[in-house]
Design a protein around this ligand. Structure first.
Ligand code: ADP
Length: 458
């Protein structure tokens, strides 16, 4: 087993702080990086030492400055880098460069990033592992005719997806043959500008599915376990808003089939570190959609229902540890606990009454909720913090736990009500409407819930 001496976190905001906390618990010193725009950001002060990165670059590009980050790591003796989510987390070149420099990348191998960064390749792996996929094209499509003939064969609606897409972007739903021409051209040009490749493929559009994903941990000894599932069906524009662990609408057979399928896939590719296998579930059937080879925003709720610290596990695994050993050893699969229910709400600095326009400026007042069964993961959640327009608008993740789902929801509602935020608009009123809605509380929802429930916006 290795012996990590210092960890640089190549990220910002709440996830950087989340990782610093885990490092401190493991008695590993931390290094932060910050862009010029983030000089007042809280994550800068939560690291043991912090350095300006990407001077002269654009705000986002600063955190993508691979060579700048590597230079900082070398200068301050960091022998491992945790990439968090977003930015360089799924960048295989970054993983390779770190390896060349003898620095550990706390995540899967560059090969896994390559395999799962491309949805077409990921789909091929799922098929190879015998896991059900949504009817789709065998590979990328190269002509309008191919898209049309897929639509004719399988019926509309269909969805055109960017092979390298992510974050709910790079997808176009096509309702009929007459829409194919424009949708195909647009999907390709959007994919090119957002992800640097115009490769797209086509899937049947699954009507009213639930989004169910399985948390996986794998180590270098071939151990792969799942930490059960999360239900992330509450989405806006294909992006998650509220997540639940475990799902309240899967029967035991389907749950174990889905979790086992995820383990089979990840064992098949000898997956290492934390990852998530995502599925759509409709009419009692499940279909693979993609793998996210990194820690996810919503990992918090899995931690609350299993008691397993996923970031501790990531560091331990990267250090060459066996996942069943170490400070937080993970029990054998059959003994992994699942206790109660947890819900996460993503509180953002967006105005729900104005089409979720991001708001910026100073937080004049910031008071959060708290109490039993509550977990808060905030970036710049403090009075006087300046919210800039440069980065994503996540302000604080509020996660609550209860013995029953209703109890977790009641705690969420009470917590959201306790927040006092002045000076910046947030989506809290909208989130309150979601977690109090009868269809949410009874599991009577699918990925179209937000779009088809206008009263949430009142
Ligand atoms: P991303 O990588 O951008 O998150 P995903 O492939 O994970 O993209 O899909 C995100 C969401 O888009 C899903 O949770 C689902 O709501 C919707 N979606 C994706 N593919 C399909 C499909 N074939 N049918 C219906 N909805 C889909």
């Amino acid at each position: 087993m290795g012996n990590i001496k210092k960890i640089l976190v190549a990220n910002r905001g709440e996830i950087a702080i989340r990782i610093f906390r885990a490092c401190t618990e493991l008695e590993i010193p931390t290094v932060g990086i910050y862009s010029a725009e983030d000089r007042g950001s809280f994550h800068r002060y939560k690291a043991d030492e912090s350095y300006l990165v990407g001077e002269g670059k654009k705000p986002i590009d600063a955190y993508l400055d691979m060579e700048g980050i590597i230079a900082i790591a070398k200068r301050c003796g960091a022998d491992a880098v945790h990439p968090g989510y977003g930015f360089l987390a799924e960048n295989e070149e970054f993983a390779r460069r770190l390896k060349e420099e003898g620095i550990l990348f706390i995540g899967p191998t560059a090969e896994h990033l390559d395999m799962f960064g491309d949805k077409v390749k990921a789909r091929e792996q799922a098929i190879k592992a015998g896991i059900p996929v949504i009817p789709g094209t065998d590979g990328p499509v190269s002509s309008l005719e191919e898209v049309r003939s897929f639509g004719e064969e399988h019926g509309y609606p269909i969805i055109i997806k960017a092979a390298l897409g992510g974050g709910g972007r790079g997808m176009r739903i096509v309702n009929g043959a007459d829409e194919v021409g424009e949708a195909y051209e647009r999907a390709k040009s959007e994919a090119k500008s957002a992800f640097g490749s115009d490769e797209v493929y086509v899937e049947k559009y699954v009507s009213k599915p639930k989004h169910i994903e399985v948390q996986i941990l794998g180590d270098t000894y071939g151990n792969v376990v799942h930490l059960y599932e999360r239900d992330c069906s509450i989405q806006r524009r294909h992006q998650k808003v509220v997540e639940i662990a475990p799902s309240i609408s899967l029967d035991e057979d389907l749950r174990s089939e889905i979790c086992n399928a995820a383990v089979t896939l990840m064992k098949n590719v000898s997956y290492v570190n934390a990852g998530t296998v995502e599925f759509l579930v409709a009419d009692g059937k499940f279909y693979f959609i993609e793998v996210n080879p990194r820690i996810q925003v919503e990992h918090t709720i899995t931690e609350m229902v299993t008691g397993i610290d996923i970031v501790h596990a990531q560091i331990h695994i990267a250090n060459g540890g066996n996942l069943h050993e170490g400070l937080s050893p993970i029990p054998a699969q059959k003994d992994i606990p699942l206790f109660g229910y947890a819900i996460q709400s993503r509180v953002t600095t967006e105005d729900p009454l104005n089409d979720f326009m991001p708001d910026t400026g100073k937080l004049m007042v910031y008071r959060s909720g708290g109490g039993f069964g509550v977990r808060l993961d905030a970036g710049n959640g403090f009075q006087g913090a300046v919210i800039t327009p440069y980065y994503d608008s996540l302000l604080v993740k509020v996660s609550t736990w209860g013995m029953t789902f209703r109890e977790a929801a009641a705690k969420m509602d009470r917590n959201l009500q306790e927040f006092r935020i002045r000076g910046i608009k947030t989506n809290i009123p909208f989130l309150e409407n979601v977690v109090c809605h009868e269809n949410f509380l009874t599991g009577n929802y699918d990925t179209s819930f937000i779009d088809s429930t206008p009263e949430l916006f009142e």
